[in-house]
Design a protein around this ligand. Structure first.
Ligand SMILES: *Cc1c(COP(=O)(O)O)cnc(C)c1O
Length: 422
């Protein structure tokens, strides 16, 4: 952990001056509060709009206006191949090959589609293991998938919980549960980062252990994508899904991302539910019987590219490309470490940070747990121009995004909290 000399503003400004990502802040619009930028630490829920977004949307509007259906082939970014624009930049963020990436639908829909391909229970192997307290949408998806196969969720779903008195999971408990249930386990489906605690799981070890047990491993990376560095290909992850509107800044309801490891992505026999957009372009318009999947992750595409649900992400990815995930990870650790340091200097507010303190076990977010009056304190923060969110029970989530948040933001946050009456 970085050592910090003091809580002064001048030190925060010094950190900003030596931050290589400093310039990116001006590429984003911030919500305003009393005539200045609000303190926006909610990029884990909805990332901010980058200034190049509007121009990117205008381009598609213009091509549609001028070309009509001709835009599928002749738009500046031909819509027929629109998803291809995302593979390179997303593969750098997720640590995989471009052909292992596609962009389609939205997160929970994609989770269902991946479960249809990767969760195929047999009488011996039918269990899914997940973290207790996963995001509700994921819980519902898994519950209903299990029922869809005629199984009882109480039998087929194994949830790993923190030990009594603890808030986060122990890595060894996850791995030993996988081993213990090895014979009956079909799939391990974990979050990358838990939305409530901010805990980052060891994706590589979970995947290895699942594979050794004869199970598959998939991940919901909603809170990890573009937040922490990933190596999905080398970690041998079987599949992953994420949304594009959190750290990726793709705008509300943006199309979601999917990773399918090349082992499966290149196998046209691998089961899936199909639509024409997953069919090889060479034969797509023959309009004939017999689905011929593209031999990569886009073989899971079903419908026409949702250009206007993708274009904002296209703009945002240009900035990620310029910044690079290495630099983003480095800056993120410093920024969140600095936030943790300043929070530790506060003595007026009754909270505990439940997010792990080791930088390797978290991303940008710190979860502040208020045993009481969390909601009220969140309200006070909102009235002071701080945009963070509250999640029951008792947690205020604070997530400085390294691409647009500054050490100065963290310092202002600290100054406001310091003045707060408990
Ligand atoms: C944000 C989030 C979702 C939201 O899913 P949508 O289908 O995009 O509404 C689902 N799961 C997790 C883990 C999330 O963090």
């Amino acid at each position: 952990m970085d050592q910090h000399p003091d809580t002064s503003l001048s030190y925060a400004l010094h950190l900003d001056q030596s931050n290589p990502l400093q310039g990116f802040r001006n590429q984003f619009y911030f919500p305003q509060f009393e005539g200045r930028d609000a303190i926006y630490f909610c990029g884990n829920s909805l990332g901010l709009q980058s200034r190049n977004t509007e121009g990117a949307i205008k381009q598609e509007l213009e091509d549609w206006r001028n070309l009509g259906v001709g835009g599928y082939m002749r738009a500046k970014n031909p819509w027929l191949f629109y998803q291809d624009n995302f593979r390179e930049p997303l593969s750098r963020i997720m640590g995989c090959q471009p052909r292992e990436i596609t962009l389609m639908n939205t997160l929970t829909v994609n989770l269902h589609l991946m479960l249809l391909s990767f969760y195929r229970p047999t009488p011996q192997r039918y269990k899914i293991m997940m973290e207790a307290g996963a995001f509700p949408s994921d819980q519902y998806a898994i519950e209903t998938q299990v029922k869809f196969h005629g199984l009882d969720p109480a039998q087929a779903i194994i949830e790993i919980s923190p030990r009594p008195g603890e808030k986060t999971l122990r890595e060894e408990d996850i791995l030993s549960s996988i081993q213990e249930n090895g014979e009956s386990l079909a799939l391990v489906l974990f979050g990358g980062i838990n939305y409530y605690t901010g805990q980052l799981f060891d994706i590589k070890s979970i995947t290895q252990t699942a594979h050794r047990a004869g199970a598959l491993a998939g991940f919901d990376l909603a809170h990890a994508a573009a937040n922490v560095a990933m190596e999905l290909h080398d970690w041998q992850v079987d599949f992953a899904v994420w949304c594009s509107y959190k750290y990726l800044n793709g705008g509300p309801g943006a199309a979601g991302g999917v990773f399918v490891h090349e082992r499966f992505a290149t196998d046209p026999q691998f089961p899936r539910l199909a639509g024409w957009w997953g069919n090889d372009e060479k034969t797509r318009f023959n309009m004939e019987k017999g689905f011929v999947p593209k031999a990569d992750a886009s073989g899971w595409n079903i419908s026409t590219a949702q250009v206007f649900n993708m274009v904002c992400l296209k703009a945002s990815l240009e900035l990620f490309n310029q910044a690079g995930m290495d630099e983003i990870s480095k800056t993120s650790r410093k920024l969140t470490g600095y936030l943790e340091y300043l929070l530790g200097e506060l003595s007026n507010l009754p909270f505990d940070i439940i997010t792990p303190s080791e930088p390797s076990r978290r991303g940008a977010q710190l979860s502040l747990y208020f045993p009481e009056r969390g909601r009220e304190i969140h309200q006070k923060m909102t009235e002071s121009g701080i945009i963070v969110d509250y999640r029951e029970p008792g947690v205020i989530r604070v997530a400085p995004a390294p691409l647009y948040n500054s050490f100065g933001d963290v310092h202002r946050f600290y100054e406001i909290l310091k003045q707060m009456q408990p």
